[in-house]
Design a binder for this molecule. Structure first.
Ligand code: SF4
Length: 229
């Protein structure tokens, strides 16, 4: 396929995805519709990744229990963090929830003491990562966690071992990366076309608010910026 044909396919995929998300999230004011739109988008994203991975000549090196990428900043949109919070509230017991809140509080404190520049070169374990290196919210993990993949686990390890090193190769497959990034952008544009908060947040900074205080969800469903600070 020529580069022009590939770009044309990306354009069509973008428009289809954006329109589907816009249609599925209803008027954007009801959590159930937006939650369902988020979850069905995740399903399409997973299916696309699975299908496209079969055609990637360098195999994808990601394996269960490998968690180097769970120490970097995770960007989330508001719909993703509220879908995640809903999943946690309906599946975690009190003990797990308390542990999660403690880890999230520690992370938030750590991050507040770092500059933006220092933050991107500091490994901080995601509060949703368990001791065995598995994601405790795998079914509801954000799109960025679904999108990230690697064709070379050694590059991930190098990035984890030396996060301040800027010259480590990007081990994502360029075609898979372009397809998934197109889908992520289309979904965000689809939600935003319904007047929903288009902001991208650091998961560590907004998770506690999404879990503990209903006022943020209310703000978001009223078309405001979900997390003003
Ligand atoms: S949400 Fe899950 S997959 Fe994503 S960074 Fe956290 S532990 Fe890893």
């Amino acid at each position: 396929m020529s580069q022009d044909e590939f770009q044309q396919q990306l354009k069509v995929a973008y428009e289809n995805e954006r329109d589907l998300v816009t249609k599925q999230c209803g008027d954007g004011a009801k959590f159930d519709s937006v939650n369902n739109a988020t979850k069905t988008f995740y399903q399409r994203l997973d299916d696309t990744i699975k299908g496209a991975s079969m055609h990637v000549s360098e195999g994808v090196d990601c394996r269960q229990g490998c968690s180097y990428c769970c120490y970097f900043r995770v960007d989330v949109s508001a719909n993703e963090v509220f879908t995640l919070a809903d999943y946690v509230q309906s599946t975690f017991d009190k003990n797990d929830l308390d542990n999660l809140l403690q880890k999230a509080t520690d992370n938030k404190k750590k991050i507040s003491m770092l500059s933006q520049a220092k933050r991107v070169v500091t490994n901080i374990a995601c509060p949703l990562l368990d001791e065995e290196g598995s994601c405790t919210v795998y079914e509801a993990r954000p799109s960025m966690c679904r999108k990230i993949h690697s064709t070379d686990v050694q590059a991930c390890k190098a990035s984890y071992d030396t996060p301040e090193e800027a010259n480590i190769k990007n081990a994502e497959h360029p075609v898979l990366s372009a397809i998934t990034m197109t889908m992520l952008t289309a979904a965000r544009d689809g939600f935003s076309a319904k007047g929903m908060d288009p902001e991208v947040y650091d998961l560590n900074e907004v998770l506690i608010d999404a879990l503990e205080d209903g006022k943020y969800k209310k703000r978001w469903l009223n078309g405001k910026k979900a997390f003003p600070s």
